[in-house]
Design a protein around this ligand. Structure first.
Ligand SMILES: *[C@@H]1O[C@H](CO)[C@@H](O)[C@H](O)[C@H]1NC(C)=O
Ligand SMILES: *[C@@H]1O[C@H](CO)[C@@H](O)[C@H](O)[C@H]1NC(C)=O
Ligand SMILES: *[C@@H]1O[C@H](CO)[C@@H](O)[C@H](O)[C@H]1NC(C)=O
Ligand SMILES: *[C@@H]1O[C@H](CO)[C@@H](O)[C@H](O)[C@H]1NC(C)=O
Length: 342
């Protein structure tokens, strides 16, 4: 009987494994999982870029947005106008509709890299404070959505959105990644890590208590929030629903709290990191596995959760690649323990 139960459990694991997506990004192997739609990081990224570009266009106007590309970063100015050709006005306020709205934007002749370059330039030239001010109507709309989700959720019933990646990066260890993540280098890459990242700045949430105020969207639900009490390890009394992840020595968790003055907790972020041996994945070398989960009230729709899953996979791959670059180049030196000398 036990044996049978075990093989049923193993069969379930195989089903989970089937949803993994293996790909090589910038020369490194990644095995991602979590999203319902199994696709490459680039495919998820194209959709989020369209969402972000359409949002900025709606707030700033097409002409003004395009003027931010002058002088053109790629020397291919005429094609930028195709970005908006025949695009349909979209409703940004519902995650399910948003994903369709993003998908309804016709493919421009822009390559994914060109789209990324354009969006990064838009965000840099608008500037973080102006972006946050400009997207105020979207933040207010997202606050309304979150209060509805909370009202429609069963108290204490949380549902997870997972985004995971095994990242075979020769210079990144779990400890190294955890330390790099806590350095200003991760903040520096924030706006490039995901198209729907609009800003992250330090604010004082109580006298003498500093935290990061973050503006991010998931399928167009553009939310201003803080994670005021992220702790490592997770407080499992406070969050009994979190996965144990026994093989992951580096874990942290904290509330996602709206910045609308209500202090409403609309999600719980849980990140787990471990070292991996490439041989376990039929690869050479070593690397890390990053497993992220955001738990929402059970009133959150699966289309929203899917936008979050894809968002996390994109972000994990991008930040892990940046950690690899920063550690390999020596920009970030992983402190070694056991030695007190500098
Ligand atoms: C847009 O591009 C994607 C990815 O390259 C492709 O799968 C899709 O068929 C294209 N859509 C149209 C309308 O051309
Ligand atoms: C974490 O923050 C939430 C929301 O602000 C609060 O309810 C909770 O008591 C805090 N917990 C700790 C340990 O600070
Ligand atoms: C963990 O959470 C519980 C319940 O909210 C709280 O009483 C306790 O102080 C927290 N532990 C730590 C170490 O913050
Ligand atoms: C990065 O990894 C490569 C391959 O293992 C190694 O040769 C190199 O010394 C490492 N660089 C650093 C800065 O650790």
């Amino acid at each position: 009987m036990l044996r049978q139960l075990i093989s049923v459990a193993l069969a379930a694991l195989v089903v989970v494994a089937a949803a993994e997506y293996a790909e090589t990004v910038e020369g490194y192997k990644f095995i991602t999982s979590g999203p319902r739609v199994s696709a490459s990081k680039a495919e998820y990224e194209v959709a989020t870029h369209k969402t972000a570009v359409e949002l900025l266009k709606m707030r700033l106007g097409e002409e003004e947005l395009l003027s931010l590309l002058e002088p053109d970063p790629t020397g291919a100015e005429p094609i930028w106008h195709e970005l908006f050709a025949n695009s349909t006005p979209s409703s940004w306020m519902l995650a399910g509709d948003n994903m369709q709205a993003a998908a309804s934007i016709p493919n421009a002749t822009l390559s994914h890299d060109e789209l990324k370059t354009a969006l990064i330039q838009f965000k840099e030239r608008i500037g973080e404070d102006s972006l946050m001010a400009m997207l105020k109507p979207d933040i207010v709309a997202a606050d309304v959505i979150w209060h509805e989700v909370i009202a429609n959720s069963t108290p204490g019933s949380w549902v997870p959105a997972y985004g995971r990646a095994v990242c075979l990066l020769p210079n990144v260890t779990a400890l190294g990644f955890a330390m790099w993540s806590a350095s200003p280098l991760e903040d520096a890459v924030n706006n490039a890590a995901n198209a729907e990242h609009y800003g992250k700045r330090t604010v004082e949430i109580a006298p003498g208590v500093l935290t990061s105020e973050i503006l991010e969207g998931w399928g167009g639900v553009t939310t201003l929030f803080t994670v005021p009490n992220y702790t490592t390890p997770p407080n499992r009394t406070m969050y009994p629903f979190l996965d144990e992840n026994p093989k992951f020595p580096y874990q942290g968790a904290g509330d996602k709290v709206l910045r609308d003055g209500t202090g409403a907790v609309f999600g719980v972020l849980h990140i787990a990191i471990r070292d991996v041996d490439g041989a376990d994945y039929g690869e050479t070398g070593s690397g890390i596995e990053i497993s992220a989960a955001v738990w929402y009230g059970d009133g959150a729709g699966d289309d929203f959760l899917e936008a979050e899953r894809q968002h996390m996979v994109i972000e994990i791959v991008n930040v892990a690649l940046q950690a690899q670059k920063d550690i390999e180049s020596g920009v970030f030196v992983v402190p070694s323990f056991g030695s007190k000398s500098k």
